[in-house]
Design a protein around this ligand. Structure first.
Ligand code: ADP
Length: 172
């Protein structure tokens, strides 16, 4: 198990002093709306400059940068799928985002991470289905990463919190 290492908070992810925060980015990695815009605003122009060197990111992949002016040491940028009704591999691509993020967690030996509800904002992925995928991948990552002490899930809205609470009630 490992659910005792999963924490739900309602906070703005940009204020969290963790080893890494995850950004729900777009393919360009050059900033956007939602959590992406908030992270770039808080991190300052150094983040954008570093992102420009990365040449974008494919959907379902993840890339890591420094945190710049954020309290977090690193930002892991991942690009979730846009929801097109569920028949375009959206669930697999969302799961891939989490797996690629946790591969970087393992590579960098990170102990604390905060993650927003990837794809559930502008990209329109249904919150409950996204939460089931997220919790499944996080539980797997907690088994594979004994160094990982804390996975903070930022809810930011009541529907997201409820979706995570429901997913956490279902035992693996
Ligand atoms: P996507 O394009 O992947 O759907 P969004 O940024 O639109 O990404 O939304 C992803 C989630 O992040 C949504 O649940 C949204 O409410 C949440 N969110 C937006 N701003 C912040 C923030 N500053 N901190 C944490 N979560 C946020």
């Amino acid at each position: 198990m490992g659910d005792e290492r999963i924490f739900l908070v309602d906070d703005d992810i940009t204020g969290l002093a963790v080893d890494a925060i995850v950004n729900a980015a777009n393919n360009s990695l050059l900033g956007g709306g939602g959590v992406d815009g908030a992270i770039h605003d808080a991190a300052g122009p150094g983040l954008l400059a570093e992102c420009r060197t990365l040449q974008g990111c494919a959907t379902g992949e993840a890339k890591i940068t420094g945190g710049h002016q954020l309290p977090a040491r690193y930002v892991i940028h991942t690009v979730g799928p846009v929801w097109h009704g569920g028949g375009k591999q959206e669930p697999e691509l969302l799961a891939a985002c989490y797996r690629r993020c946790f591969a970087l967690v393992a590579e960098y030996g990170l102990q604390t991470i905060a993650i927003p509800a990837i794809s559930t904002g502008v990209y329109g992925f249904p919150k409950e289905a996204a939460a089931v995928i997220a919790i499944g991948e996080i539980r797997r990552a907690l088994i594979d990463n004994p160094q990982l002490l804390k996975v903070v899930l930022t809810c930011f809205n009541q529907g997201t919190r409820q979706a995570y609470e429901k997913a956490l009630k279902d035992k693996p």
